[in-house]
Design a protein around this ligand. Structure first.
Ligand SMILES: O=P(O)(O)O[C@@H]1C[C@H](O)[C@@H](CO)O1
Length: 291
């Protein structure tokens, strides 16, 4: 299947992204400085938004469309904790058939719309044996496993209007917002299920084999998923402040003869179960943030 209705696109010019940004801004009253990408089953974060203005992805020329259950495929503009925001209710993944450049086009569009801070959220499998289903992990770093295999949205000609050819990626996840999130989570009584750890991403769409899980444990990952990393690379390349949360929707299976298997339904159910807590945490962080 060709999800975008056109062939897989491996590059967009600055002007392509600028055209999409202008098209979007012309349709909405608010011009936010903060964007939030909602992970699988986490689209309910948009329930908190007031004075909503909604644009389905299909109405935005040149924008990809969502093909995965739990990703509605809408941009939701409005106010959250008194601040102007835009949420992506649904992200794009390479396993849908999109290139890394297509999955991250929205981040460049956000940059050209004036977004300075990006919140990324995702559903992830717990690799760390101390984690439980329903834990919320503040992302302190990531391992770009797809990058090791050559999948990286920054591959290709570099447009210095976005950023440098060789962007640093240490301190990718903003330390001040991480500290704020951890302390707010404790104040809110979330101490038993708030964590801080390392997110790793494979391409998917299959869940990991047992040996792959064991490998991820050895290399220092605490959680694993199929997204987020490309978005963060592009956001950092164009100078955004980035904060990330993983919801641990399942614990990865690391025993060869275990009978249970990972499945997307469990991922979506855990998203539903923790959605109110995630909403409260995100709202509290945004309230305290200088944008
Ligand atoms: O978009 P995210 O990374 O939250 O979605 C995860 C990875 C797969 O898309 C899906 C598997 O259940 O959830």
């Amino acid at each position: 299947m060709d999800p975008a209705g056109s062939s897989k696109k491996n590059s967009y010019t600055y002007e392509d992204a600028q055209g999409i940004a202008e098209n979007i801004l012309a349709r909405v009253k608010s011009h936010p400085k903060l964007a939030i990408i909602c992970g699988s089953g986490l689209g309910k974060l948009a329930d908190m938004v007031e004075d909503k203005e909604v644009i389905p992805y299909g109405d935005i020329p040149g924008f990809p469309v969502s093909t995965v259950p739990g990703h509605e495929g809408k941009l939701v503009f409005g106010t959250l904790s008194g601040k102007s925001v835009v949420l992506m209710q649904g992200r794009f993944h390479c396993y849908e058939g999109y290139s890394a450049q297509q999955t991250t086009l929205p981040v460049r569009v956000f940059h050209l719309m004036g977004i300075k801070t990006l919140f990324v959220t995702n559903a992830a499998g717990g690799i760390n044996r101390g984690y439980n289903v329903g834990d919320i992990m503040v992302i302190k770093d990531h391992i770009n496993l797809a990058g090791f295999a050559g999948v990286n949205p920054l591959v290709g000609p570099n447009d210095t209007r976005y950023g440098p050819r060789f962007p640093p990626m240490s301190r990718a996840y903003d330390l001040d917002i991480r500290k704020l999130a951890l302390s707010l989570a404790k104040e809110m009584g979330f101490g038993d299920f708030i964590r801080e750890g390392v997110y790793s991403a494979l391409i998917g769409p299959n869940f990991e084999t047992v040996s792959e899980c064991k490998y991820l444990q050895v290399v220092g990952a605490d959680a694993t998923g199929m997204s987020t990393v490309p978005e963060v690379l592009v956001a950092k390349h164009c100078g955004m402040r980035v904060f990330g949360l993983s919801l641990i929707t399942n614990i990865v299976i690391d025993e060869y003869d275990a009978e249970s298997t990972a499945n997307h339904e469990e991922v979506l159910q855990t998203g539903e179960m923790r959605s109110k807590d995630l909403q409260k945490l995100v709202a509290a962080i945004i309230q305290k943030l200088d944008l």
